[in-house]
Write a protein that binds this ligand. Structure first.
Ligand SMILES: Nc1ncnc2c1ncn2[C@@H]1O[C@H](COP(=O)(O)OP(=O)(O)O)[C@@H](O)[C@H]1O
Ligand SMILES: [Mg+2]
Length: 237
């Protein structure tokens, strides 16, 4: 079977600025990988190409058989069902409870789902991230780590084959960051491929998963799981 995610000679510029240049890699179904590198290296740009928030200037991006690089904006929903997204600042809707945030996310990706089915599946997703008992809490009543877990439940509820997370622990203390990162790692054990952009060297070294390193828009290193020693870029930051 072909990989879930493939980048072929991918480049992306913003005017004169080259954010990504000739990026090639593949991610298998259920694989977990970190994406690291200094600020401005192109991590966010790469993740935005995966969920087709932007398109490449050159090259090809394939996800689960869908050509994201040529996908028309009218067909973006096909991709959004395949890629769940988690952000640094959670992006929960403040006036909706945890379970409503998750069920709203489900109804956005699947317009035919009934309110009751969406709520039931949202509750299941919250149970899966260990927050089943806080379903009726509003975001402001939850800690940062709990809010991020709701956001992860929202991303996973539609059961996408791929999850991307952009600095998901950037606003969390180390202990909470560790809990969120291990949750993301567990997600991959159930068959969802996970790609996580992060600055957290401590956690990257401890988890010993595959590490892709971007520097100035180029993929300069691809370290396999279990073989993560020195992180070249981390010396400077
Ligand atoms: N919308 C944009 N307009 C102009 N330049 C951008 C835009 N998005 C990103 N860039 C530039 O692309 C480069 C990579 O940015 P980014 O992908 O955000 O890096 P990272 O997430 O690794 O910090 C940076 O030089 C950044 O300034
Ligand atoms: Mg970024």
């Amino acid at each position: 079977m072909s990989p879930l995610l493939e980048f072929y000679g991918v480049a992306r510029s913003f005017g004169e600025r080259v954010a990504l240049d000739d990026v090639n890699f593949a991610l298998e179904r259920g694989e977990f990988a970190f994406l690291v590198g200094p600020t401005g290296a192109g991590k966010t740009t790469l993740l935005k190409l995966v969920n087709r928030e932007i398109r490449p200037t050159a090259g090809e991006v394939w996800i689960d058989g869908v050509a994201a690089h040529t996908l028309k904006s009218t067909r973006v929903a096909e991709l959004r069902r395949r890629v769940g997204v988690v952000f640094q600042d959670f992006k929960l809707l403040p006036r909706l409870t945890a379970v409503e945030n998750v069920s709203f996310g489900l109804q956005v990706t699947d317009l035919r789902i009934s309110d009751q089915e969406a709520l039931d599946r949202a509750q299941d997703a919250l149970d899966a991230v260990g927050l089943g008992d806080r379903a009726d809490a509003f975001p402001a009543e939850l800690s940062g780590g709990q809010q991020q877990r709701v956001a992860i439940a929202r991303a996973l509820a539609p059961q996408p084959p791929m999850l991307v997370a952009d600095e998901p622990t950037g606003n969390l203390d180390l202990e909470t960051a560790w809990q969120v990162m291990t949750l993301l790692q567990d997600v991959s054990r159930f068959g969802t491929a996970v790609l996580v952009a992060t600055h957290n060297v401590e956690i990257v070294k401890r988890l010993q998963r595959r590490v892709l390193t971007l520097v100035e828009g180029r993929l300069v290193r691809d370290q396999p799981a279990g073989r993560v020693g020195r992180l070249a870029w981390a010396v400077k930051s």
